[in-house]
Design a protein around this ligand. Structure first.
Ligand SMILES: Cc1cc2nc3c(=O)[nH]c(=O)nc-3n(C[C@H](O)[C@H](O)[C@H](O)COP(=O)(O)O)c2cc1C
Ligand code: SF4
Ligand code: SF4
Length: 345
């Protein structure tokens, strides 16, 4: 069963979301280019267009390009759907993405029409977006402290509060971590990517094939860390590592790494996840921008370096997020998959 399905693990027959650009509206400002985590857009003749360096089957439908565009020039069409094999999701996520509908209007009502009926917390939840466009201005210590305090008061199993925070405001150190993480991701990519994808200096090769040993490795690894082998994640990681200038920390002035005490009660990942989301929402409410950076995982390869930052036993890295002042208007309402709910009366 494992090997029987390898074709559908490595290259599932998926349909991807695509962005549609309205050239007549685009003013060539470049915001969508900088914000797209997968670098799917580029500027040509002073207009945004698909980035010819990459295959277009990588969009993660985050809609951040839509969110940052001052001209309403981008629409996202379609959703990521896989009909068969390991990644099959077509029957699990029915319908398409929709706008928030907390008040049961059952139609696509503009957020501004009912925003006044929502609580402040609800507004923060719906409007927050991952920020990938930062101003250079550093975040003052008092505000970072305020964000950490919001994390400190998160619930945790048995109130065990297993978290620890590393705050980095040193540009050179953030840059060093960036280089190290990218090196690690590149190694992972080598095992799970076709050669032509790794040498991504040319337009995408849709007929790319994995070597035999890579197919076996992918089929085995998927049982261990399926999330890292997801075709969208691999496409994204390939973009990150094939561009020498890609900064996984997005030029943000502050980086916060979240650690968990391995001896914590219950699920330390869940506890620290709840804590981090408290921090992210508090930051948004303070006018700051954040972006989770799971790619910090790459630091697992550098024990000495981790030690120099105070990441030692019993603590391990769970995640990280960038923090800074957003460049212009970014927070916005986007569409999401409809909720899968089994409602039992
Ligand atoms: C655990 C986690 C890890 C993430 N890692 C990254 C990352 O390494 N790089 C990045 O640009 N975005 C990262 N993101 C941000 C997601 O891409 C983003 O949350 C998603 O596309 C939805 O967009 P939104 O946050 O604007 O609503 C991560 C998000 C989460 C929750
Ligand atoms: S953000 Fe909008 S206006 Fe600016 S380059 Fe992109 S599509 Fe054009
Ligand atoms: S939806 Fe997200 S991944 Fe897709 S093109 Fe826009 S910014 Fe890039």
């Amino acid at each position: 069963m494992l090997f029987e399905n390898h074709r559908f693990i490595s290259f599932p027959q998926a349909s991807y979301a695509r962005f549609v650009l309205d050239e007549t509206r685009c003013n060539g400002c470049g915001r969508c280019i900088k914000t797209c985590p997968i670098q799917l857009l580029m500027i040509k003749d002073e207009k945004a267009c698909p980035n010819e360096r990459y295959d277009d089957f990588r969009c993660i439908t985050c809609q951040n390009c839509v969110s940052v565009c001052p001209q309403d020039a981008i629409t996202i069409k379609g959703d990521y759907r896989v009909k068969k094999g390991f990644w099959k999701n077509a029957d699990l996520v029915k319908g398409g993405k929709t706008l928030p509908d907390p008040l049961f209007f059952h139609d696509e009502k503009p957020f501004e029409d009912y925003e006044h009926d929502l609580t402040e917390t609800e507004k923060v939840i719906y409007k927050r977006r991952s920020i990938r466009l930062y101003r250079k201005k550093q975040v003052p210590r008092e505000l970072v402290h305020r964000v950490i305090e919001a994390g400190r008061f998160a619930p945790s199993a048995g109130n065990n509060q297993p978290w620890k925070f590393i705050v980095i405001q040193n540009k050179d150190l953030i840059s060093e971590i960036n280089q190290k993480c990218k090196k690690f991701i590149k190694i992972v990519m080598r095992g799970t990517m076709p050669d032509s994808w790794l040498k991504k200096q040319t337009p995408g090769d849709k007929n790319a094939k994995l070597k035999k040993w890579q197919t076996v490795a992918t089929s085995l690894l998927v049982k261990w860390r399926a999330g890292d082998l997801d075709p969208r994640a691999r496409g994204g990681m390939n973009t990150v590592t094939s561009d020498p200038d890609y900064d996984i920390f997005l030029g943000a002035p502050t980086l916060i790494i979240i650690l968990a005490d391995k001896r914590g009660i219950g699920s330390i990942d869940l506890d620290t996840g709840i804590c981090t989301q408290n921090m992210v929402l508090a930051a948004h409410s303070l006018g700051l921008g954040t972006c989770y950076i799971g790619l910090i995982d790459g630091l697992m390869m550098y024990p000495k370096f981790r030690k120099s930052m105070g990441i030692t036993h019993p603590f391990e890295i769970v995640t990280s997020f960038t923090l800074g002042y957003p460049q212009g208007q970014i927070d916005n309402i986007v569409k999401r998959e409809q909720a899968r709910v089994n409602w039992i009366d």
